[in-house]
Design a protein around this ligand. Structure first.
Ligand code: FAD
Length: 469
């Protein structure tokens, strides 16, 4: 069919997460009449409301506690922290509120019409929105699906008890449990483990795979392990959680794995075993589209689905499920609809775990390079030889760069240590620009900073490293 001639809008964006609001703002800036549909009363999606932002606020609080503790050996001793968990949760919520409120203002400024309610497609040109004031059907010329994802709950672990939480529940910070079990050793699970450990919980992490944070460089994860092995009660790899049984006082958990006990008791359990796309919540079939085998919507480099006036972006189109991927895709979709020459063409997308220490990487890891038979030159710089790192009371970090032996260009970077997430941005730029080791090594970096470790890793790869500290 064709677009209705009197359509309500040029672009309808379904879902107001980082993908959706970015797409809607860009579309409006390009002169398109834009409607943004969101089921929840605030904009910002998972990222602002129950993801990136609240977790980083709590991780900062964790860092304050840890740094104060760690200075006891160096001449400053604080008392045991008194934690007012309601006040901390309120501060976290106030950070979120500032940002979501800001988005509402930005939408208004741009004349993006925000419609609150649950959207479901009626056909390829109409979306029905079920809101507080009843149902309303909106017609559109183009659509951008940005409906995101939600936590996976494996059926045997689907227990209806408030002490069994997903990441949203964990961020609510209802209490500091004495013993917390984190099921799933990926980024989200390990970040929340870090928060609750600092607040005083005894943490156990259980992971089905043979390593924490699969996908990250093993050398980097080792540095994180060194710290959390000391602090956490236990980390069980290659272990399956078979059953959760809530009792009056605790939750009995059954494990299956070589090193894990048969069963144990915890006061709370966080399930962080992955996320699934919200493809099943939006009446997708009415448009003529079907999700792929993994439940995602397939798109091309223009973020176009199989129905060419319908685009899709963000978590709902696949991995990596990251806010910065969603927002970049959102811009591409809006620009393509506006007739601009735009396409998704990123060489790499950085990943960051904001744990203590932070673990960040971009491009391929050393193991991936080996597995793919890529000949590479490696430069690694230990932070123990960086003056700024030592003055931050930290010496375990590593900055590691991989260059393609043939082209000389950067193909992968990994950093572990405080602020690794900020430092990886330089490597991402270098990778996008096709930089070689000399480009990075000859760039004058400010002294003394952690950023020098990146330059020195490049010099190490070139064999020109002389200046330390
Ligand atoms: P979402 O943010 O999921 O937004 C989709 C929106 O669509 C939601 O608001 C939803 O309510 C709405 N919606 C869905 N269906 C309908 C419907 N039928 N009608 C109306 N509205 C609908 N990523 C990072 O890059 N950095 C981080 O530090 C980070 N930390 C995270 C921490 C946690 C605890 C979690 C859970 C995630 C984290 N992420 C992080 C991932 C990040 O939040 C997601 O990748 C990002 O939010 C995806 O954006 P999106 O726009 O695709 O979808």
């Amino acid at each position: 069919g064709d677009a209705p001639v009197d359509a309500d809008c040029d672009v309808l964006v379904l879902g107001a997460g980082p993908g959706g609001y970015t797409a809607a703002f860009r579309a409006a800036d390009l002169g398109l009449k834009t409607v943004l549909v969101e089921r929840y009363p605030t904009l910002g999606g998972v990222c602002l409301n129950v993801g990136c932002i609240p977790s980083k606020a709590l991780l900062h609080a964790a860092k304050v506690i840890d740094e104060a503790e760690q200075f006891a050996d160096h001449g400053i001793t604080f008392g045991k922290p008194k934690i007012d968990i309601r006040k901390l949760a309120d501060w976290k919520s106030s950070v979120v509120k500032k940002l979501t409120g800001g988005l509402a203002g930005l939408a208004k400024q741009r004349k993006v019409e925000v419609v609150t309610g649950k959207g479901a497609f009626k056909d390829a040109y109409h979306l029905e929105v079920d809101g507080k004031e009843g149902k309303r059907t909106i017609s559109f010329r183009h659509c951008i699906i940005a409906a995101g994802s939600r936590p996976v709950v494996p059926p045997p672990l689907a227990v209806d008890d408030p002490r069994v939480m997903d990441s949203t529940g964990a961020l609510e910070l209802e209490e500091v449990p004495e013993r917390l079990l984190v099921v799933g050793g990926g980024i989200i699970g390990l970040e929340m483990a870090c928060v609750y450990d600092a607040l005083g919980s005894k943490v156990t992490v259980v992971e089905l795979a043979d390593r924490l944070m699969p996908g990250a460089d093993a050398d980097l994860v080792k540095v994180l392990r060194k710290r959390i092995d000391k602090r956490y009660d236990a980390i069980h790899l290659n272990t399956l959680v078979k059953e959760l049984k809530p009792n009056k006082k605790s939750i009995t958990v059954k494990f299956e794995g070589k090193d894990a006990p048969e069963s144990d008791r915890f006061d709370r359990v966080l399930l962080s075993v992955g996320r699934r796309p919200n493809t099943d919540l939006i009446g997708l079939e009415a448009t003529g589209l079907k999700p792929n085998d993994q439940g995602y919507i397939d798109v091309d480099e223009y973020m176009r689905t199989g129905v060419s006036h319908i685009h899709a972006i963000g978590d709902i189109v696949g991995q990596p499920m990251l806010a910065h991927k969603a927002s970049h895709e959102g811009k591409v979709a809006a620009e393509v609809i506006a007739g601009e020459k735009s396409a998704w063409d990123a060489r790499a997308i950085p990943s960051v775990a904001y744990t203590d220490p932070e673990v960040a990487w971009v491009g391929i890891t050393e193991e991936e390079a080996k597995a793919q038979g890529i000949a590479y030159e490696k430069g690694a710089f230990p932070w123990a030889a960086n003056g700024r790192s030592l003055s931050l009371n930290y010496q375990d970090g590593i900055s590691k760069l991989l260059f393609d032996e043939q082209s000389g260009q950067l193909i992968g970077a990994g950093i572990v240590g405080p602020n690794a997430g900020d430092l990886i941005a330089e490597a991402a730029l270098a990778l996008e620009m096709g930089a070689e080791a000399a480009d990075i090594g000859l760039t004058v970096h400010p002294h003394p900073t952690l950023s020098e470790t990146v330059a020195m890793a490049a010099e190490a790869a070139e064999g020109t490293l002389t200046d330390l500290y």
